[in-house]
Design a protein around this ligand. Sequence first.
Ligand SMILES: NC(=O)C1=CN([C@@H]2O[C@H](COP(=O)(O)OP(=O)(O)OC[C@H]3O[C@@H](n4cnc5c(N)ncnc54)[C@H](O)[C@@H]3O)[C@@H](O)[C@H]2O)[C@@H](O)CC1
Ligand SMILES: Nc1ncnc2c1ncn2[C@@H]1O[C@H](COP(=O)(O)OP(=O)(O)OP(=O)(O)O)[C@@H](O)[C@H]1O
Length: 404
Amino acid sequence: MEKMMEQFLEQSAQAEENFYRLEEQRLQADDHRRETEHARELHMLQMLGQMFSSMSSARVAGSTAAASPTEPVAERRPSGIRYLGVNPRAFERYFTLGSHRGMDEDVFSLVKTIVPPLTSKKHKGQDGRIGIIGGCQDYTGAPYFAAISALKVGADLSHVFCTKDAATVIKSYSPELIVHPVLDSPNAVEEIEKWLPRLHAVVVGPGLGREDVLLKTAKAGGVCSRHSKARDIPVVIDADGLWLVTQQPSVIQGYQKGILTPNFMEFTRLYEALHHEPMNASDRQRSVLQLSGAMGNVTVVLKGEQDLISDGSKVYSCSVEGSGRRCGGQGDLLSGSLGVLAHWAYAASEMRARSVNPSVVAAFGACSLTRWCNSQAFQQHGRSTTTTDMIQEIGPVFRKLFES
Ligand SMILES: NC(=O)C1=CN([C@@H]2O[C@H](COP(=O)(O)OP(=O)(O)OC[C@H]3O[C@@H](n4cnc5c(N)ncnc54)[C@H](O)[C@@H]3O)[C@@H](O)[C@H]2O)[C@@H](O)CC1
Ligand SMILES: Nc1ncnc2c1ncn2[C@@H]1O[C@H](COP(=O)(O)OP(=O)(O)OP(=O)(O)O)[C@@H](O)[C@H]1O
């Protein structure tokens, strides 16, 4: 009897494994189809963009007005950043948001090209299945903010992997999230790995806490899992996930689709752990470049008055207008949005010459979005602005920044 039971269990484990293998193959085929479709649509958009741009340059050439808004754009275009033919007005609008740095406009225009078209041919899941690893007894807001932001940006499904006692709380904030109460279960890593093959990006850290056992699970089940690195999906590391990276930089060092999003304190800790010397706070651009280099060129986003983004070769700054209000949770909005944008950027970039790192494009998009949501929410709520108010702005701000 016992033997039969054993055989039965073995067979059902095998059947389950086969199911996931087939499911993964099916998802990969779907992704491939979608990427091809996306590339075709993108190609048409590029051609249209080029047609518009040549029409508008013809108008500029024919007019006597030397100060057309399209002219300085061409002059400001830096070498090494491919121009993909977008509406020149995007640059004009971007300037009104507060940036005055030549390099930024091109990265900003690239963000628009990664947004997948909405078509009736897609099925649920194709625009992104994002996983957030975080959420414990103390912190239930952070994973919620990250996961709901991913959905509001345009992901189709958002999964949260949290501890048991955080799960009911997070579920009660939103019926839209899929919540797995597994982080503190004895077989936590297997529980997470069951889902990982279906995910397009993971965000590790919001509200994770710093208990050893949770950090170990996040490491084995998220950052280092064969399903994330081997499947080559973007891994965004934020908040307490950065605590883990500070203790063990090798968990993400050299992984090209790794993106770290430290605030100033998290950045300082990580910098000092890697360089064994105090950071020079007056030269943040240099420090962010150095840290990305020391991490094997993972993308680093140092958040602050200006967000500095580097993949170790260049530093980009994002200074889209925000506000003076610094409520907790804004960083979670950023990391959740970044998970989706990173997936889109890599899906889109397969078809293109990679003149700009897709992680940088995605990071630039997420920073611009977060900052402007902050500014828009502040206009209505002033000092009482909270992250929930900012999340309500994601839809209109995204449309205005990236889809108009
Ligand atoms: N509602 C929630 O559940 C929230 C939970 N959070 C979680 O709280 C946990 C701890 O996050 P913390 O960010 O507090 O991390 P830390 O415990 O490392 O604290 C960082 C400290 O640095 C300070 N700081 C930030 N920027 C600074 C700067 N430029 N100069 C000087 N000091 C600066 C902050 O006030 C904070 O006290 C994380 O898991 C995080 O995800 C936060 O995301 C906020 C919202
Ligand atoms: N001084 C500032 N001016 C404008 N925007 C800022 C400023 N500081 C931070 N931000 C923006 O706020 C967002 C979150 O950064 P913040 O430093 O609050 O992260 P965090 O501390 O990790 O957040 P969280 O509270 O979620 O843990 C980023 O998009 C950043 O651009």
